[in-house]
Design a protein around this ligand. Structure first.
Ligand SMILES: CC(C)(COP(=O)(O)O)[C@@H](O)C(=O)NCCC(=O)N[C@@H](CSSC[C@H](N)C(=O)O)C(=O)O
Length: 344
């Protein structure tokens, strides 16, 4: 057994995922959130996450620090319990990881609910893919590993921010892999955060599955391609519309920001406004897959406003999150003041 005490989510929990006693979900009708949580067993590691999150919230609440839950990365829908195949939602984790850095720089403590192995704040600058960290290193005359002189200035800034977040316990990393793990963990964190009321902010940048395979239908082993005539027919159920639960019961006092991802620009604002009207939260940030790195649209009850990087800012490598986060924080501050006036 490794000494690693961290929670890991990418290995399927082979004990609970194929409980054949679970009743078949009612077909073709929206899954009721309570039904979903009542009929699915929670991830076995949830109590450890609950302890870590409660401790983190207490620590920062005592210092009157605002806390933001940033969700990041895509959820999976496993097609077998011993998972070989799964449906994934697109997200590299850049939005979430970058946004978390700007929240930290603006004095927030961050609970980072992220897809395990997706990009993380700070290390995202030198990940194994984008900018391979080995390209920043060189061997000194006496055979020691050093950072190339040309990168010292840039890397020391990231390293100092990373160490500051670590030494001040400002960033709590909480992983998920499957949509099941995401929903149970989101509900848990939201209920823990509800104790700090309007000082809690939810920034939901994760790409969450709309459909899932109920546990009662998950085959235990790898699906054999020669069975069922070589075809793979998948019959998925809609995922509970958890955003309505989050808004109306899990964290009713907190400000909630969700993202709407589309690829067709002609429907983006309509779909974002539809989500706002459906869930009645405070802000939907709409973005197109193709242009998400340099433009987003803020949709509130009152307005819709594009936030865009200029060509010069794009050329200078400015993150659009450097424009998004200050705007979100302004809206959060107004929400806090409004709730305080209402005695909440
Ligand atoms: C995923 C990206 C595009 C970031 O990309 P990377 O930087 O590569 O990570 C993010 O900005 C985003 O739009 N995230 C939200 C994507 C998403 O799934 N949004 C849902 C709403 S949240 S999931 C809510 C659930 N389906 C429900 O309706 O309750 C949607 O568009 O429908």
């Amino acid at each position: 057994m490794s000494g690693d005490k961290r929670v890991h989510t990418s290995v399927p929990d082979t004990e609970t995922a194929i409980d054949r006693n679970l009743p078949e979900f009612p077909a073709a009708k929206p899954i009721d959130e309570d039904n979903y949580f009542r009929l699915h067993k929670p991830p076995p590691y949830l109590s450890q996450i609950s302890r870590d999150v409660a401790e983190f919230i207490n620590y920062h609440h005592l210092q009157k620090r605002k806390i933001v839950l940033v969700t990041s990365g895509g959820t999976t829908v496993p097609l077998e319990n011993n998972t070989v195949r799964f449906i994934d939602n697109f997200s590299a984790g850049t939005r979430g990881a970058t946004s978390a850095e700007y929240f930290l720089e603006n004095g927030y403590a961050v609970v980072f609910l992220h897809r395990e192995f997706s990009l993380l704040p700070y290390s995202r600058h030198y990940s194994h893919t984008t900018n391979c960290f080995l390209d920043y290193m060189t061997e000194s005359k006496d055979g020691k590993v050093e950072v190339n002189a040309e990168f010292q200035k840039e890397m020391i800034v990231v390293l100092r921010k990373y160490r500051y977040a670590q030494s001040n316990n400002l960033l709590l990393l909480v992983p998920f892999t499957t949509v099941h793990q995401y929903l149970f963990t989101l509900k848990l964190i939201a209920q823990e955060l509800s104790v700090i009321g309007s000082d809690a902010l939810f920034y939901l940048a994760a790409a969450v599955s709309d459909f899932f395979l109920p546990s009662s239908r998950v085959p235990e082993h790898k699906i054999q391609s020669q069975e069922s005539g070589g075809k793979l027919v998948v019959d998925l159920e809609p995922v509970p519309k958890f955003l309505s639960r989050l808004v109306d019961s899990w964290a009713p006092i907190s400000m909630i920001v969700s993202f709407k991802l589309e690829t067709d620009s002609s429907i983006l604002i309509k779909k974002a406004r539809g989500a706002l009207e459906r869930y009645n939260h405070q802000l939907v940030i709409g973005n197109l897959l193709q242009s998400r790195k340099y433009e987003v649209v803020f949709v509130t009850q009152e307005s819709e406003r594009w936030v865009r990087l200029s060509q010069e800012q794009v050329d200078a490598g400015i993150d659009i999150e450097s424009l998004i986060i200050p705007e979100v924080i302004k809206l959060h501050q107004s929400s806090i003041e409004e709730k305080k006036k209402m005695g909440l």
